[in-house]
Design a binder for this molecule. Sequence first.
Ligand SMILES: [Zn+2]
Length: 114
Amino acid sequence: MHELGIVLHVIEMAEQAARKSGAEKVTELDLEVGEVSTVVPDYFRDCYNWAIQRSEIMRDCRLNLVVIEGISCCRDCGATYKTTAHGRICPHCGSGNTCLVTGRDVVVRSIRAQ
Ligand SMILES: [Zn+2]
């Protein structure tokens, strides 16, 4: 399960940040999940809820998932468009010469600890 690896990585980062600041508990975690990242938010949340039970620091931490819209840009006509609606083909000129601008990554936006 691919989500679990990312969950464990995110939890490790949050734990490190908490220890560094001398906090005993991480209370809230904001995580950006790209719409076209390979992470399925529901699976992610399930993995997260399981994983935090194994961590003293993270046990009561609330997870806020913020889904970031997938936006692609066309290299031929310069248009941007919603990736989930049109995939790799530009809806303006039909070109396949496009690239993803946002929505691919999983990023920790902020961590609150006490
Ligand atoms: Zn185009």
